[in-house]
Write a protein of this length. Structure first.
Lengths: 186, 745
């Protein structure tokens, strides 16, 4: 395993994600900071669909969820017309800047695939070095082996219409929020 | 380029390459209207691939692992199929094993009818095109919306795919723009890539939201968990496989691998090899039927998710039992082979492809799944340059698959054998003309002779004939030895270094062979010349496999004593060196001998570099002894030589002496031995060659006095046909600078 990956997974992840045309920011692990961060990220959006991240404490999001424009139980109509959606990711990959979103009983996957702007929150502890590591019991609690999921790397893109175009059937914008460890480190 | 939307022939008309006529028309079509777009797109992918694989620190080991996994999987396929059925059905899904195309499409159609489906959304699946699914469904009154943008474009243009990953690669943005404007009759702006994408996106979003059933392919299937790997950039696969309650996945049986744990290896290789990305935008691992609640955004009242895995044989088990074709089953459909193929870069899959499979790997897949050998005729467009081999993530010997197809076409009388025997017996031609080279050269260049040659053996009139030297290398060497023995009294009988007298150097380029002899002796390395032998390169390129094996075995046995004595064998012609270093391992069936041959054969410059590294020639070849720092020269590396790892020998050597070496980055010059002589491939060969010529002309400080070096005879021919510059084999140039220091000519 090359040192440059294991040395500082977070920095490596941020670089790779930005290279894949995602935007990235870091946030403190508390409800107030999260609320401020997410409000800022959705300041231009009228309606935001929110899928509570499975692996993160619900308490962290209560303040944010109390905002009027945050929809936690969308109607079909709201899903069909979604512009901005927020989900969690159960792990992330440093070498590629990818986040992994589970296909499970909640709405994370549909929200993340129907929306035009996808905001995803990932716990810094869950960043693994390379894609192959997600298929191992050693990393991310072996979650990658136990579920259906998608690696998401940057916004959707196509090279079929000439030079690369971003924003095809999937989101045209991917914003990743890395949540710090309990001890304040990244 | 002519306008693709107005061209007189539609690609579908020449999709079936069974006849020579359709292959010919398809090549013309591609060169006339598609070449520029294909070259731009494939070269972009190719360049990105090289960048990406550099970031895979264990790329070579990953390929070994991927190869092993696929070999084992295909070996154990029947067991794995049963495991998949067991696991998927335990989870509540259904598996249907279709022996034939018709069984597969009938099953799928019936599921659709059962669910009263009016609209299907579909993601890209070349396998679905193999079984001709869309036609069947449409005939049953079901609308099929292709959601991958390239397939959406092909649905509009009604063309077949020209590439297995980006099927509309033959269309530029302008061509797509015009196509949409004509077809959709809309006043929406459709100029930029963004506008075209937005347009298609809006149409297809409506399809996603109202479709009754989603149909996808599968990149890989893991037998242990029944997991399906699906790789994409657009996001259409996620929508197709998760929104509708019913998901049908179509997969050839060769997609099955034992374990989900191996997905990691394959996704890293696939993304880097295919599109040159660390990962594509979405890499999906599904274990259907998935847990996701049914949204019924389409207004249906589906209560339960249904998953149907349609596993398709359609000739694959037969391929598995075919010793030569079996390897094609390891393919993971990355497209690296076609992106790195200079011929494919020129014409794409509408010429170098069939009804759905394209490129170097396409021939084996076409004949395997169609049951028709003739449909694989486009395998002739593989010139054996081998640039695909190091790029294949599962180490498939793609040129060998195509040689097999060529060989079978000859055996079954599906191709004219006279040209094959003519070009495959180049050495015989050499022997005959060497009896009276002056007359032979003059006679053969008469217009009458040229016309005759073109009509009878297909040797294009426009190609300059290879000159047969007045004195063969063997003769020249003999005279030289006599002379130098009388002068220097050196005993040559016990040298450690042998120059192999290959047929090309012996009959056409003896001056190169003599340059090796003189240069080496000047550097203190006495050299002995071997006897002349045909290494089988020419016959192999024609698909004459038995003749090739005979020649190879004979030559290997001749060289055996030299390698057993630990002698070093210098080979001036790169394609012959490649025979020893690579092809013979599979041809002569003597592992020990072929390994020794591979170990003891060298390109002349490669050999000098080795000696320099060992400290032997450092003083003789000291950079300060040569006064040409900064002088620009251009080096074009021979395709097969690059594949065997010697492509950087000459640049390294001459850089060390203070030259500034500009190198070509094309995969192949397009001449490829006899390929460029042939009437039916002349235009294609010239098209490929011009890509190299452009690179040379645009290189730093290039002018008509710039010296061009190329180790391959074919390359020098191809370049010399367009440029007036002096072109040398590197060792010829070395002889000049050793004698004179460097002077402009």
């Amino acid at each position: 395993m090359p040192e440059h990956i294991t040395d500082n997974l977070t920095e490596h992840f941020i670089r790779a994600a930005e290279e894949a045309a995602a935007t990235v920011e870091k946030v403190k692990r508390d409800a107030v900071a999260l609320n401020d961060c997410l409000l800022a990220a959705t300041s231009d959006d009228e309606l935001v669909l929110f899928a509570q991240p499975d692996d993160l404490d619900e308490q962290l999001f209560l303040k944010f969820r109390s905002n009027a424009k945050i929809i936690v139980n969308p109607t079909n109509e709201q899903l069909k017309t979604i512009k901005t959606g927020i989900t969690g990711a159960f792990c992330a990959v440093a070498s590629t800047g990818s986040v992994c979103v589970a296909i499970t009983k909640n709405l994370s996957s549909p929200i993340s695939m129907l929306t035009r702007k996808h905001i995803v929150i990932v716990d810094v502890n869950t960043i693994v070095p390379m894609p192959r590591d997600v298929f191992s019991e050693e990393y991310a609690g072996g979650k990658g082996l136990k579920r259906s999921f998608s690696f998401i790397t940057g916004p959707s893109a196509t090279a079929d219409m000439g030079p690369l175009v971003r924003g095809v059937h999937g989101p045209g914008k991917l914003h990743i929020i890395i949540m710090e460890q309990a001890d304040g480190k990244y | 380029m002519e306008n693709i939307n107005d061209y007189k022939i539609h690609p579908r008309e020449v999709a079936d390459k069974s006849s020579k006529e359709s292959l010919k028309k398809a090549i013309k079509l591609a060169l006339d209207v598609e070449s520029d777009a294909i070259r731009l797109n494939t070269q972009t992918f190719n360049n990105n691939k090289y960048k990406s694989i550099q970031k895979l620190y264990d790329y070579e080991q990953l390929k070994d692992r991927a190869r092993q996994i696929k070999e084992d999987a295909i070996e154990n396929l029947p067991v794995l199929i049963n495991k998949v059925i067991e696991v998927v059905e335990a989870r509540g899904g259904k598996v249907f094993c279709a022996n034939s195309k018709s069984e597969a499409v009938e099953y799928i159609k019936n599921i659709c009818l059962l669910h009263k489906a009016k609209l299907i959304v579909k993601s890209k699946s070349i396998t679905s095109e193999e079984i001709e699914l869309n036609t069947t469904l449409e005939n049953a009154g079901i609308e099929v919306a292709e959601t991958d943008l390239a397939e959406f474009i092909l649905q509009v243009s009604k063309e077949q795919p020209s590439h297995i990953v980006t099927p509309a690669i033959h269309r530029s943005r302008a061509a797509i723009s015009e196509l949409f404007k004509r077809y959709f009759k809309t006043d929406k702006l459709l100029e930029t890539g963004e506008e075209l994408t937005e347009f298609a996106r809006d149409i297809l979003r409506q399809k996603f939201l109202s479709a009754d059933i989603g149909i996808s392919g599968a990149n890989l299937i893991a037998a242990d968990e029944g997991s399906v790997l699906l790789v994409e950039s657009e996001g259409n696969i996620r929508l197709t496989t998760q929104l509708p309650a019913v998901h049908i996945a179509i997969a050839g049986i060769e997609k099955i691998i034992p374990s989900k744990k191996y997905f990691g290896t394959f996704i890293e290789l696939l993304a880097a090899s295919g599109t040159g990305q660390p990962l594509t935008s979405y890499t999906n691992i599904l274990e259907p039927p998935i847990d996701l609640p049914i949204l019924n955004l389409n207004g249906r009242e589906d209560k339960q998710r249904e998953f149907h895995l349609v596993l398709i044989d359609n000739g694959r088990m037969k391929m598995r039992a075919d010793k030569e074709l079996k390897e094609a089953l390891y393919c993971i459909r990355c497209s690296a082979c076609m992106n790195s193929c200079a011929n494919f870069q020129a014409v794409g899959g509408h010429a170098f492809g069939g009804e759905c499979y394209s490129g170097g790997i396409g021939g084996a897949w076409t004949i395997g799944t169609s049951g028709s050998l003739e449909k694989g005729r486009f395998a002739e467009l593989c010139s054996g340059c081998t640039r695909c081999i190091p790029n294949c993530p599962v180490r498939i010997d793609i040129p060998r698959l195509n040689t097999t197809i060529k060989s079978r076409l000859i055996k079954e009388g599906k191709t004219s054998s006279l040209p094959k025997y003519f070009f495959g017996n180049f050495s015989l031609l050499g022997k005959i003309t060497s009896l009276a080279p002056g007359i032979s050269n003059r006679l053969s260049s008469l217009p009458f002779s040229r016309r005759l040659m073109e009509n009878i053996v297909g040797f294009d009139k426009r190609r300059p004939l290879p000159e047969f030297a007045k004195k063969t290398l063997v003769k020249q060497f003999k005279e030289y030895r006599k002379e130098s023995f009388l002068k220097n009294k050196i005993d040559w009988s016990n040298t450690d270094t042998i120059l192999f007298a290959d047929v090309f150097t012996n009959y056409n380029n003896p001056h190169v062979g003599m340059a090796v002899v003189r240069v080496f002796e000047k550097l203190g390395i006495p050299i002995m010349l071997s006897k002349v032998y045909d290494d089988g390169r020419a016959s192999q390129s024609q698909g004459l496999v038995e003749l090739t094996a005979k020649r190879a075995v004979k030559l290997a046995s001749y060289l055996e004593k030299f390698v057993n004595e630990g002698k070093d064998i210098i080979v001036a012609e790169p394609s012959v060196l490649a025979s020893f270093r690579s092809d013979y391992k599979k041809i002569i069936k003597n592992e020990q001998l072929s390994a020794k041959l591979a170990e003891h054969t060298y390109d002349p410059i490669e050999y000098l570099n080795l000696l320099i590294k060992r400290g032997k020639l450092e003083q003789v070849l000291r950079p300060d002894l040569f006064a040409h720092s900064g002088k620009q020269i251009f080096y074009h590396g021979h395709c097969q030589m690059k594949t065997i790892g010697a492509g950087n020998a000459a640049p390294e050597f001459f850089c060390r002496l203070g030259f500034h070496v500009n190198v070509s980055t094309v995969e192949c010059c397009g001449m490829a031995g006899s390929f460029g002589y042939k009437k039916e491939y002349y235009d294609l060969s010239k098209n490929v060659g011009r890509d190299l010529i452009r690179q040379i002309i645009n290189s730093d400080s290039f002018n008509e006095r710039t010296i061009i070096l190329a180790s391959g005879t074919s390359c020098r021919e191809q370049i010399g046909d367009e440029l007036k510059n002096t072109i040398y084999h590197p060792v010829e140039f070395l002889e000049i600078i050793l004698e004179n220091g460097i002077d402009n000519k």
